[in-house]
Design a protein around this ligand. Sequence first.
Ligand code: HSE
Length: 309
Amino acid sequence: MSEWIRIHAPATTSNIGAGFDIFGLALDEPFDTIEGRKIDSGISITEISGPGSEGIPTDPTKNSVGIAATEVLKRTGSDFGIEIRIKKGIRPCSGIGSSGASAAGGAYLAHVLTGEKLTPTEVVLCAAHAEDVTSGGFHADNVAPCILGGFTMIRSYEPFEVISIRPPDDLGIVIAMPDVLVPTKESRQVLPTQVSVKDLVFHVGNASCLVHGMEVGDVDLIGRSIKDAVFEPARAGLVPHLKEAEKAALSAGAKASFLGGSGPCIISFFKKSEMDGKNIADAVKSVYDQNNMHCDTWVTTWGEGCRRE
Ligand code: HSE
């Protein structure tokens, strides 16, 4: 029997204001754990556990882990199969890269089992293929940070080029996940197909300054630069009490508060040197408590990418 190996695949937050489908950030927690071992042939998913796992297909042609792992085996011309066990730590339809962590974890698992023959960018592309199949759009802004770690920017999809930089150590992150499911496929259907020059100018200015803030470690500038005139406004109706929650986080000292990816998670950034972030988590949670909705929170920071445990 071949040895089981275990991959840690972190949650990620994408878009981050003006960087729709471009910016992504690996989170220190929560994370998925993907286990696998070589078998003679085929992809076999024998176990899925954790929050929301009951709705996840075990058919490897419909499962993000299975699709991404198959893509790596195909690209490397490998002649073996993989048995897979998935432990979800990130609930599906959360907006913090649940399918992205599964896709990235599946690609990374197969990459390790095939003897690491692909470049990191090729592993990202295999995972992005799974995102395309399951979410109805080729986007790599969750799988890129999930594999590469830190803050990532996709310069171009065709040809594909992704850059990763180390975010500031002082960047604290609060994740609030209200008890509502927002499938990415549906959240992409409400988006406009065109933007105005005014909004384009607004996004380029904010996106540029956010990247500068990440480079030089200026969390205040990062906070001021998290602005979205197009995508979050189009999606706001999908997440109950989004604006009240963001306002509560800002009043509690967050530098920015915004919709995580395609929603419903609400992400807030704070300075670790100024506070521990718990009051921000409590403020957002109390908005949902008052509206009789459950809301999970994590106080965390940015993290590294996929790795073997
Ligand atoms: N950039 C993607 C979107 C991320 O906003 O649809 C999906 O998690």
